[in-house]
Design a protein around this ligand. Sequence first.
Ligand code: 9MR
Length: 373
Amino acid sequence: MIKIFISFATITTTCFFAPIQIQAQIQDQQPIPSLKETFKNEFLIGTALNTSQILEKDVTANKLITQQFNAATPENIMKAEIIHPTWNQFDFTLADKLVEYGRKNNIKINGHTLIWHSQLPRFVRQIKSPDSLAQFFADHITTIASHYDGKVLSWDVVNEALEENGSLRKSIFLQQLGEGYIVEAFRLAQKAAPHTELYYNDYNIEQPKKRAGAIEIIKKIKAAGVRIDGVGIQGHWRASKIPLAEIEQSILDFSALGVKVMFTELDLSVLPNPWDSDNADVSATAGNSKGKDPYPNGLPDSMQTILAKGYEDLFRLFLKHKDKISRITFWGVNDGQSWLNNFPIRGRTNYPTLFDRTYTAKPAFYAVIATKK
Ligand code: 9MR
């Protein structure tokens, strides 16, 4: 088979010069504490990075990222539809750029994600034969995981394979390859990337039924003699309803299996949720924002306080179990970047991160820092 690799080495880097006025403003600002410094003895502190951040297009964003974070997960650019757009073509352009960005800024990269039912390229969605899907599956994992072995710290090998009731999601992979596909994904990744940590990643796996499903997955991988190094609890919660008791039990249950526990996509929504549940299934949508966008012009103090308290409670819990937790990653550098502005209702104004739309630290940021005092 002929494979076409498009590599970062083949493209020319563009330099972005900040206007002098913006540079002066940044120099004038008082330095704020650094998350990565504050928690340097406890866990890696990560962020999701989007394309513009990886390309260093915004000087303010770039300064904040390098000051605050020592881990990063690509929000989209390592997903199959971008990195493996057609049968014989892998496009490593942006992912190679991310790896180089991580190297030069001492930021550890978590690859996201090898096997996921969502954001698949069209050619995969059209596959009807299990043999062809198995061929894609092996080729995809082997080519990408080996390309980045030793260059990324870790991979989310399988993402979101579970239903809420803890059974396996009826994805294209389950339907055509059978339930052994998860162990097989880890086996292939282990072979292709012997120097890379391998994780299972999902949302709501702190909840008892889904947690039981995740525990079963981890046990099956280990029983097959295959390596799994960690589990990522995504952490898409509502600021006023964080399931702290279930989160604590999950930290204990997962670490008892001998794997690292991580919080991999942390954000806390402050907007009304049409289903009264924590759902991160991107295929679920609930119409447009008409009448359902309560804070288009800024978050009231009362809500800032709820958000700050939510983050404070979480970080107190994380610190209590710091020996079991290896990384906390926020799903977005600032509020403007967050997917929650468009989910589950498009076009709203959400405030789920520690930094506002101008990259200014919010009360929630200082509440997180204060948990160390
Ligand atoms: O944040 C991502 C958003 O930009 C994409 O449009 C979306 C599409 O699937 O995926 C978002 O990230 C998801 C992550 O990859 C897996 N867990 C749920 C995240 C939020 O949907």
